[in-house]
Design a binder for this molecule. Structure first.
Ligand code: DUC
Ligand code: ZN
Ligand code: ZN
Length: 477
């Protein structure tokens, strides 16, 4: 199967050019000046499909490096399966995800890895890779880290919060970091001080402060800044590279920036919710159906931060200045009915998570329209950097010969209205971005050369997606 995407504006992180993109089978065969021939060979006449992308952007498929499909969590399970979540991702121009294998305390890491491979195999609409979550860091987990790197799992997530569920103590963190420092893998960190949060939550509940807004109040920025600083110091001690996930506090960004300026391999990720949503939105949320419990829709960790305190503004600025390197979703969807409502009388029982795997590319494109980031930076933070950070670049994250034919044709003159019943394919009974209007549209999506979205139709199939065996981070020497 050969496809020619002609006359489009090809946008890579390095620059923009009008070009034709020839895809042969799974991979990009050539990027050519418009109308070129190949050694006298008329390309257009000899391909199976021609897509005219005049006036549109042709970008590398989005890579969401932080998703939790069907994750058992908070007394329930994230509501998107690998099938529904990856299909929704495709609708939104994301052609690869990196999800998390979960190891809870006492479980064996390699058994869990095998179980997650079984869950995802044959289910995904787009390509998928895995990070590994470590909770207790057993001796066998350290051996498993070496094994997993050979399997293409080159990043390990640890938690400084969620005591009794995920939390690793500082000694366990250091042990995992020492191993990462020796085998070249990346340590990812959920950086919030769990003991402090647990105390504040208990005090809030005892005082009768049970509504969803208290979730944010009991996870203050100081708990994020302190844990981010501690994680950076432990990484410094061990020489491990550190990637801080879902950064939401401007003070945490400052810690990352200082460490980077000192020459440490520290990286930061933020998410659309910290760029667009705020604690004030959550406080003001009211509906006929849910009253103030409406705010549960935006209970996630790290929490939404105060707009008045400038966190949102600072996140966009950090994306421009590269103090934050990339944007993932932390896609962890739960329905209001039957899941979030477990916390109707106690916010601490609301399962933590927001779903947005479908909307990340659009929401970040709106940042281009709103002059928050450049067109090339859009591609960089949503595709190219995730590919480099997690050992996929060359195969993913770029439009160039030899790369996978993961291509999105994005119409800057199109429009997308986000909301349930409009553009919503995630398995959630609400949208965290209901009513958001985007000045652009995902027209066509190709996943390894196959058109999976075109003209508002899904043309892919469950099982199209293949496992991505990742290498080591391409930011490390
Ligand atoms: N934060 C969430 O909001 N959900 C899943 C886990 C996490 O760290
Ligand atoms: Zn986390
Ligand atoms: Zn997460």
């Amino acid at each position: 199967m050969k496809t020619l995407i002609k006359n489009g504006t090809v946008v890579n992180s390095t620059g923009t050019a009008t070009a034709d993109v020839l895809i042969d089978g799974d991979t990009i065969a050539a990027v050519l000046a418009p109308g070129s021939t190949l050694l006298g060979f008329d390309i257009e006449r000899n391909v199976d499909t021609v897509i005219d992308a005049a006036g549109k952007y042709v970008i590398p498929g989005g890579i969401d490096a932080h998703t939790h499909m069907q994750m058992p969590f908070g007394g329930t399970e994230a509501s998107d399966t690998f099938e529904t979540g990856t299909r929704a991702a495709a609708w939104g121009g994301t052609t690869s995800i990196v999800d998390f294998v979960v190891q809870y305390a006492g479980e064996n890491v390699l058994d869990q890895y095998a179980a997650w491979q079984d869950k995802a195999r044959g289910e995904c609409a787009i390509d998928y890779g895995f990070h590994q979550i470590l909770s207790d860091v057993q001796d066998s987990s350290l051996v498993a880290m070496d094994e997993l790197v050979k399997e293409g799992v080159s990043s390990f997530k640890l938690f400084m919060a969620y005591k009794g569920v995920f939390l690793s103590d500082d000694g366990q963190i250091v042990k995992a970091m020492q191993k990462a420092s020796s085998n070249g893998s990346m340590i990812m960190m959920h950086a919030e001080n769990g003991s402090v949060i647990d105390l504040l939550v208990q005090q809030a509940i005892a005082a009768g402060n049970t509504s969803p807004y208290n979730h944010g109040l009991t996870r203050p920025w100081q708990a994020e800044e302190e844990a981010t600083h501690r994680a950076i110091m432990l990484a410094n001690l061990t020489g491990a590279p550190l990637y801080v996930v879902h950064v939401s506090a401007k003070q945490a960004v400052e810690q990352i920036a200082v460490a980077r300026d000192r020459g440490q391999n520290v990286f930061g990720e933020t998410c659309p919710q910290y760029l667009y949503l705020s604690l004030e939105d959550q406080l003001g949320a009211q509906s006929d159906e849910w009253g103030s419990f409406e705010g549960a829709k935006w209970v996630c960790s790290t929490p939404l931060r105060s707009k008045a305190e400038g966190h949102q503004h600072h996140m966009w600025q950090s994306l421009r200045t590269n103090d934050i390197q990339m944007v993932s979703t932390d896609h962890c969807p739960f329905c209001m009915k039957g899941q979030k409502d477990m916390g109707l009388t106690d916010f601490s029982k609301i399962p933590n998570g927001i779903g947005s795997v479908e909307h990340r590319m659009d929401l970040l494109y709106q940042g281009v329209v709103d002059k928050q980031i450049s067109l090339e930076r859009w591609v960089e933070v949503t595709s190219t950097t995730p590919a480099r950070m997690f050992g996929m670049y060359g195969q993913k994250g770029v439009i160039q010969p030899g790369a996978d034919g993961d291509v999105v044709i994005y119409d800057p003159n199109g429009h997308t209205s986000i909301g349930v019943g409009k553009t919503h394919h995630m398995n959630m009974d609400y949208s965290a971005y209901e009513g958001f209007e985007i000045d652009g549209h995902v027209d066509t999506v190709l996943s390894r050369g196959k058109v999976v979205i075109d003209d508002n139709q899904y043309l892919g199939a469950k099982g199209d997606g293949k496992y991505i065996k990742r290498g080591l981070s391409q930011y490390l020497i």
